[in-house]
Design a protein around this ligand. Structure first.
Ligand SMILES: [Zn+2]
Length: 135
């Protein structure tokens, strides 16, 4: 650190770091390994949309930086993948749920039939008993 200090500066002096507004990551303010989102060709629109969606950061050609560091750009990719996976999982969850509901309905119908059969048997038995009593 001492080597970065200006010569003749007393120790423990706070140095002012100047960041070039156009050359910092829009997400984490890093000035290392930057990628200009506007220069990603066909992927630019997808990244602009996703960055707005995930971070609520609107990148456009104004005075502000249009760059993300590699780490933050990778996080956008990871997040996009996670969303796709979640969406695919919901399709499977919905299918399993519908299958479960259908099985549950079939069981309930079978249960009702069994109850109905038991009731019919009871009625028959009661009828027989009544007949016996009548005799
Ligand atoms: Zn970053």
């Amino acid at each position: 650190m001492a080597s970065e200090m200006a010569p003749g500066m007393p120790p423990n002096t706070i140095q002012v770091v100047t960041l070039e507004v156009k050359r910092i990551c829009r997400i984490c303010l890093s000035d290392k390994r930057l990628i200009n989102v506007m220069k990603l060709g066909t992927r630019t629109i997808q990244y602009l949309t996703d960055i707005k969606k995930y971070y609520d950061v609107q990148i456009c050609n104004d005075r502000k930086s249009t760059r993300l560091c590699k780490s933050c750009l990778r996080k956008v990719d990871v997040w996009r993948h996670a969303l796709k996976q979640a969406s695919a999982s919901q399709t499977i969850i919905d299918f399993l749920d519908s299958t479960y509901q259908a099985r549950l309905k079939r069981r309930m119908k079978k249960g009702q039939k069994k109850v109905q059969k038991k009731d019919q048997k009871k009625v028959q038995k009661n009828g027989q008993k009544k007949e016996h009593k009548k005799k």
